[in-house]
Design a protein around this ligand. Structure first.
Ligand SMILES: [Zn+2]
Length: 488
């Protein structure tokens, strides 16, 4: 039987606000356990929450960027459950009236096609504390004891729920990448999965091809990278198919991904919404986001990657390919724009960024703002090459120096003696020397094998440590070889 896979994702993203959602504790990662806490986020009796306006604004920005609508009225609800990671015994979340509804995200598929994935809703809630299962086993299912850190309790968290529109694990992977790109671009979250500021649960079910009704789904948790999400879904897709094909039945449950073993294991049967006994949070009034507020948020929204990609192509005459690469991250995109304006040569700026610079960033796992290179320096370097002060080959050494140590390109060129040799008087002795040193190659040339000229030019470049002006060397080499031919 042929099966179709149905995947929906729930993505949790911590907002990068100054303070937590309902109190003034600092929202930050990496502090000593239980140092960023107060009576409010520890859920002491009698405390009252106050909503953080910055969190609402960042939520609205994220929602608008993925085309959600912001209902005028929304409210917070209590999601009741007992886990030690939330000392109040409930989590303040949003149930039936979330802050944002009905958006979408366009993803790129490996075959070059595009697909639109629906976003059902985005709601705002407080994050829970962190449990660390410790002891000998350290496993998620059983552990000797558990340590609790409430620094994270109360950090503002977006829950972005997709429609069950994805049909392959690869589509889920692409969706996550696209979502992260936009959220980081907006500056609402750093989306660092390794620090837990982006987390993803995946719902997956399979159904016979052509069947309208969804199959029974499993929810997969504990994946700590986008690659793990893809692997876990691939595993689960296969597992469910095998269960059905062998006459079994899928049960609705939560399963945990065990990275080391490459399998999912049953954790518990899945809760239904009514298990949480949601009710409106009595300590917070319903929220009203009026049209003016939404309008103001729209004004603050930066130019988004898709729009900027089109503008770069139109304004700087860049090929669509270049424009796409430059707009994979906001930092590269901003850097390009500044450097292109200063250099007056957008295409060369793009070439350096997409070539040597991106290669360096990837190799060293850095963002461009984490290097010492400045847009002014890249622009100046491009102009040094255009004015024949340095060769393109030296440019490669110079860019690496600028990325590592920064500085002023002209001063570095001066200090390192990297100036291009563009004087015929300086080059002629080297050219003569190279020809004299390679009599066999010269003979080949004289016998008609003109392609060996490339070898001679290469030798001159080598002898001058890449500093010779290649065009001039080519021209002078022609003259020199011509002379040898005539003097035979
Ligand atoms: Zn607090």
């Amino acid at each position: 039987m042929k099966f179709e896979t149905v995947i929906g994702l729930e993505v949790h993203v911590e907002l990068s606000t100054q303070t937590k959602l309902f109190c003034s504790c600092k929202n930050s990662f990496g502090a000593n356990p239980n140092t960023l806490v107060c009576p409010v986020c520890l859920g002491m009796p009698g405390v009252l929450p106050v909503v953080n306006k910055e969190a609402i604004e960042k939520h609205i920005m994220a929602a608008l960027a993925v085309g959600c609508r912001i209902p005028e009225h929304s409210k917070f609800d209590r999601k009741n459950y007992f886990y030690p990671d939330m000392p109040k015994n409930f989590q303040t979340s949003q149930y039936d009236l979330p802050l944002a509804l009905g958006g979408s995200l366009e993803i790129n598929l490996p075959d070059g096609e595009k697909k639109v994935i629906g976003i059902t809703r985005i709601h705002l809630e407080e994050d829970t504390g962190k449990s660390k299962h410790a002891g000998e086993t350290g496993s998620i299912v059983e552990s000797d004891y558990t340590l609790l850190d409430y620094n994270r309790a109360g950090v503002p968290l977006l829950e972005i729920v997709s429609e069950p529109d994805m049909r392959t694990p690869e589509e889920a992977y692409q969706y996550l990448n696209e979502l992260k790109k936009i959220l980081v671009w907006l500056g609402v979250s750093d989306c660092k999965m390794e620090q837990g500021s982006l987390r993803c649960d995946a719902n997956i079910s399979i159904r016979p091809e052509g069947q309208e009704e969804f199959g029974v789904k499993a929810e997969i948790k504990n994946m700590n990278s986008f690659r793990s999400v893809r692997s876990a879904l691939l595993y689960e897709e296969k597992r469910q198919r095998e269960v059905i094909e062998s006459g079994g039945r899928i049960i609705q449950e939560t399963r945990g991904w065990e990275e080391d073993r490459g399998i999912t294991v049953s954790m518990r049967s899945k809760e239904e919404a009514h298990d949480y006994r949601y009710f409106p949070e009595p300590d917070l009034p319903p929220m009203v986001v009026d049209k003016e507020w939404i309008e103001r948020a729209k004004q603050k929204l930066p130019e988004l990657p898709g729009e900027r990609k089109l503008r770069f192509a139109a304004e700087y005459g860049l090929p669509e390919y270049d424009s796409g690469i430059l707009n994979l991250s906001r930092s590269i995109s901003d850097f390009f724009e500044e450097a292109a304006k200063l250099s007056g040569d957008p295409k060369q700026t793009s070439n350096w960024l997409m070539g040597d610079i991106l290669k360096y960033l990837n190799q060293n796992e850095l963002e461009i703002h984490e290097t010492r290179l400045k847009p002014e320096a890249l622009a100046e370097m491009i102009n040094l090459i255009k004015k024949d002060v340095i060769s393109g080959k030296i440019g490669k050494d110079l860019i690496e120096e600028l990325l590592k140590n920064g500085g002023n390109p002209e001063e570095i060129v001066e200090k390192r003696g990297w100036k291009q040799i563009s004087s015929g008087d300086d080059l002629l002795p080297v050219i003569k020397q190279v020809v004299d040193d390679n009599p066999k190659v010269l003979t080949q040339y004289l016998e008609g094998k003109e392609s060996v000229k490339g070898f001679f030019v290469g030798q001159v470049m080598k002898k001058t440590a890449g500093k010779a002006n290649p065009a001039l060397v080519g021209k002078m080499m022609d003259e020199e070889l011509e002379r040898r031919k005539n003097n035979r």
